[in-house]
Design a protein around this ligand. Structure first.
Ligand code: ADP
Length: 255
């Protein structure tokens, strides 16, 4: 398989939990600037794949590369520094901090003044704080949360929390973003806004892996879709071809 330049590529990934084979030889490639859907029934291995890509689970077999960089055994932090960011099925925010502060924390990688500099409010720490705050403001406006900058994360509505989590992931200036069911619980209008956010990420050259049960949304918004079942890839192709694939029709669409 030829690898696209700068792609996030996974080869032959295997993961067992005791006797359960959650992933059995999964290979996928996420290209810069593409939105790729990952669909499959419950228990097919979607979240396990995201956890392995982002470093939350060690790998039994297989490899993960971002461009030429081998991330197979890399820590969560190293993968984040390499440019991989993610969101979770249930947003993991700091509940008592404001939306702005949550997003600023997502930009930790840019901070150089260190803990002591921040505690002493050194000029460098103040300058960094200003930059982080400006960027967080820009990101929050970009995801439609300009009205909620100073609101505590735990008082935001469910949909707002989902967009806040995306903004926080983007604060790390990622090259690839892994989204775990971002449309879950969103209203029709919010799903339309999510589509606009994904299109903007694509325009910026960011690759998005979209794990989502909302198949209509996936087929409408994605450049390519990977369908998995029982920890194996069934097909990876354009939305039209995946939607028409006989195993996908049988397994996912209930026909
Ligand atoms: P999906 O996200 O597609 O619903 P998962 O990746 O959550 O699927 O799960 C794939 C399989 O791995 C399931 O059989 C699930 O029970 C199992 N599994 C996932 N995480 C764990 C874990 N931490 N411990 C044990 N089994 C797990």
């Amino acid at each position: 398989m030829q690898t696209a330049t700068g792609a996030l590529s996974v080869r032959g990934l295997c993961k067992h939990f005791g006797g359960v084979a959650a992933l059995s030889g999964v290979s996928i490639e996420l290209r810069p600037g593409e939105v790729q859907g990952l669909i499959g029934p419950n228990g097919s291995g979607k979240t396990t794949l995201l956890n392995m890509l982002s470093g939350y689970y060690p790998i039994d077999e297989g490899s993960i590369h971002l461009g030429n960089e081998d991330l197979t055994r890399a820590t969560v932090q190293r993968r984040a520094c390499a440019g991989i960011a993610r969101t979770f099925q249930t947003p993991r925010l700091l509940p008592t901090l404001s939306a702005l502060e949550n997003v600023m924390l997502g930009g930790w990688r840019d901070a150089r003044a260190g803990m002591i500099g921040a505690m002493l409010s050194s000029p460098r720490a103040r300058a960094e704080d200003k930059l982080l705050s400006e960027r967080a403001l820009e990101l929050l406006c970009g995801v439609g949360l300009a009205h909620a900058l100073d609101e505590r994360a735990d008082v935001l509505r469910h949909g707002e929390q989902r967009f806040l989590e995306i903004a926080r992931a983007l604060a790390a200036r990622p090259r690839f973003v892994l989204l775990d069911e971002p449309a879950g619980g969103l209203s029709g209008n919010e799903i339309a806004s999510l589509g606009a956010v994904l299109a903007a990420l694509k325009n910026c050259g960011i690759g998005v892996l979209l794990v989502e049960h909302h198949t209509d949304f996936v087929f409408r918004i994605c450049d390519r879709v990977t369908a998995i079942d029982f920890g194996r890839v069934i097909v990876c192709d354009t939305p039209d071809k995946v939607r028409a694939h006989e195993d996908v029709v049988r397994v996912y669409l209930g026909a």
